[in-house]
Design a protein around this ligand. Structure first.
Ligand SMILES: *[C@@H]1O[C@H](CO)[C@@H](O)[C@H](O)[C@H]1NC(C)=O
Length: 273
C-alpha cells in the first residue's frame, strides 16, 4: 500500500504525458494547416491544453517517482484548481443552457428559433459583431446550407414543409415562417408576398436568395446556433461530471503519494543524521 500510490500516480502521468503528444501535435497542425474559420477557433485552446497536460504530467511523474515533494505539491495544487474550475464550469453550463427551445409552427415539420428565448449571456456572445463575423464564416465554410440544399432540393413545398430540419438549417438556410415568402426551392424563396402581411420580423428584410447571404445574419440563425450549442453543452456538462469524478480519484491517490514522499524524506533525514 505504501508504494502503490506513488506507482499509480507515476503510471497515470505516463499515460497523460503520452496523451498530450497527439493533442499538441493536432494543435500545431491546426494552426499551420487549418484553413477554414471553424478550425481557427480551435488551434489555440488545443495547444494550451496539450502544453498544460504535458507540463502537469511531467510534474506528477517526476514528483511521484523521484519523490520530489515540491513538484508533487504543485501537481496537487494544480489538480485542485482544475477540479474547482471544472466544477464551476459544469454548474455554469447547466445554468446558461437551461433557457430556450425551438417553437413549434403549425403545419411545419421543423421548429423555428427566436433569439430572445435564450439566456442573456449567450445572446450577448452571438450579438457581438466581432464574434458573429467569425461564426458566420465558419457556418459558410462548413457548408451547412449547401448540404441542406442538396438534401431537400428536390422537394416540392408540401414535402419541404414536413421535413425535420436541424436548428441551424431552420434558422440560417431558410426565411422565417413569419415572412410568408413563396417556396421555390429550399434556399430560393420568392419575396413578393401577396397579402399585405405586416412583416414584424426584421429577419424578413435580411433574407436574400444569394447563397452567400441567405439568412446568415438573421436573429433566427443566431438562435438556431444557440439551440445547437445548448444541446452540445449539455452533453459536455455530463462528460464533465464523469471527468470530475475521475479527477477526484486521481487527486486522492496523489495525496497519498505526497504523504509517502514526505514520510520518506523524514526517514531519510533521520537515517542521515
Ligand atoms: C430563384 O428562382 C427563380 C425562379 O425560378 C430564378 O429566376 C432565380 O434565378 C433563382 N435564384 C437563385 C439565386 O437561384
Amino acid at each position: 500500500m505504501f508504494r502503490l500510490s506513488n506507482n499509480l500516480i507515476g503510471i497515470l502521468n505516463v499515460l497523460t504525458f503520452i496523451l498530450s503528444i497527439p493533442i499538441l501535435w493536432a494543435g500545431v497542425w491546426l494552426s499551420n494547416k487549418g484553413v477554414t474559420e471553424c478550425e481557427k477557433f480551435l488551434d489555440k485552446p488545443v495547444i494550451i491544453l496539450g502544453v498544460f497536460l504535458m507540463v502537469i504530467s511531467l510534474a506528477g511523474l517526476i514528483g511521484a517517482c523521484c519523490r520530489v515533494s515540491w513538484l508533487l505539491w504543485t501537481y496537487l495544487l494544480v489538480m485542485f484548481l482544475l477540479i474547482v474550475i471544472l466544477f464551476c464550469f459544469t454548474i455554469f453550463a447547466f445554468v446558461v443552457t437551461n433557457k430556450g427551445a425551438g417553437e413549434v409552427v403549425s403545419e411545419r415539420g421543423y421548429k423555428e428559433y427566436r433569439l430572445g428565448d435564450y439566456s442573456n449571456w449567450l445572446q450577448k456572445r452571438v450579438n457581438s459583431t466581432k464574434n458573429w463575423k467569425k461564426i458566420r464564416s465558419c457556418l459558410v465554410d462548413s457548408k451547412v446550407c449547401s448540404t441542406f440544399l442538396n438534401k431537400y432540393g428536390g422537394d416540392n413545398d408540401e414535402q419541404f414543409y414536413k421535413q425535420h430540419l436541424s436548428s441551424v438549417q431552420s434558422g440560417c438556410c431558410k426565411p422565417s415562417n413569419d415572412c410568408q415568402f413563396t417556396y421555390v426551392n429550399p434556399t430560393n424563396w420568392s419575396t413578393n408576398t401577396n397579402g399585405a402581411s405586416a412583416q414584424t420580423n426584421p429577419d424578413c428584410s435580411i433574407w436574400n436568395n444569394d447563397q452567400k447571404i441567405l439568412c446568415y445574419d438573421c436573429q433566427a440563425c443566431k438562435a438556431g446556433l444557440l439551440d445547437q450549442l445548448k444541446r452540445d453543452w449539455k452533453k459536455v456538462a455530463i462528460v464533465n461530471i464523469v471527468f470530475l469524478i475521475v479527477l477526484i480519484i486521481i487527486y486522492s491517490i496523489g495525496c497519498c503519494a505526497f504523504r509517502n514522499s514526505r514520510r520518506d524524506n523524514v526517514y531519510r533525514g533521520k537515517n542521515g543524521a
